[in-house]
Design a protein around this ligand. Structure first.
Ligand SMILES: Nc1ncnc2c1ncn2[C@@H]1O[C@H](COP(=O)(O)OP(=O)(O)OP(=O)(O)O)[C@@H](O)[C@H]1O
Ligand SMILES: [Mg+2]
Length: 191
């Protein structure tokens, strides 16, 4: 099966950020069940890896820990149900335990990348995917790796209306739209 998500992610990054040819960045697309990791130099993906961890695992962990339904656990994850007996001080350590798993996978990928490229430095990390916005994930990646960590903005070089439901949806879901934008930007040079 061809994995399109990493290619679309790369496409989205390339179009919006116009990286210099020797600029090395890591793109981390944290979805529901899969996290795509792409290490890219300029516009060329050097290395991609998919790991089976993402938003579902945060929800599962909360569900087990607090004996919740899947829906209730999802609401707690999104910070929408803090009044339901799961306060912030109990929620955060559970989220953090899953974040640690993601950090470990990223670490493994970076170690492999450095070992196979004579220690080239990854200067920047861009986060996308719905679960990229999970409380604590971005800050923890920043602390663990020291690289600059930013949310990938799929609309950095794409104009959209200032107001209305589309503008609202884009503002709310922005990092989640990276793969969709990358697919939409596909060029047809190869046809
Ligand atoms: N604000 C948010 N904070 C934390 N998690 C969120 C937020 N918004 C969405 N999510 C989570 O993001 C995940 C969905 O993200 P996305 O749309 O990128 O996944 P997907 O591409 O459908 O999944 P996959 O690629 O794994 O099949 C869900 O687990 C959802 O709970
Ligand atoms: Mg996805």
């Amino acid at each position: 099966m061809i994995r399109y998500d990493p290619l679309a992610l790369e496409n989205c990054y390339e179009y919006n950020y116009e990286p210099a040819p020797d600029e090395i960045a890591a793109l981390l697309n944290v979805g529901a069940s899969v996290t795509n990791i792409v290490v890219t130099k300029g516009a060329v993906p050097l290395f991609t890896r998919d790991v089976s961890v993402g938003g579902n695992q945060y929800t599962d962990a909360l569900q087990k820990e607090f004996h919740l339904s899947a829906d209730a656990a999802e609401a707690v994850k999104l910070g929408r149900a803090n009044g339901d007996g799961v306060d912030e001080s109990r929620r955060l350590p559970v989220l953090q335990s899953v974040t640690k798993l993601i950090v470990l996978e990223v670490q493994k990928t970076f170690d492999f990348f450095r070992a196979s490229t004579n220690g080239q430095r990854i200067a920047h990390m861009y986060l996308s995917g719905g679960a990229a916005q999970t409380t604590g994930l971005k800050d923890t990646l920043q602390e663990e790796f020291g690289e600059v960590v930013d949310f990938l903005d799929p609309f950095r070089r794409i104009a959209y209306p200032d107001n209305g439901p589309l503008a609202e949806a884009i503002r709310r879901e922005r990092p989640r739209l990276a793969v969709a934008v990358g697919l939409a930007l596909r060029s047809f040079d190869d046809l």
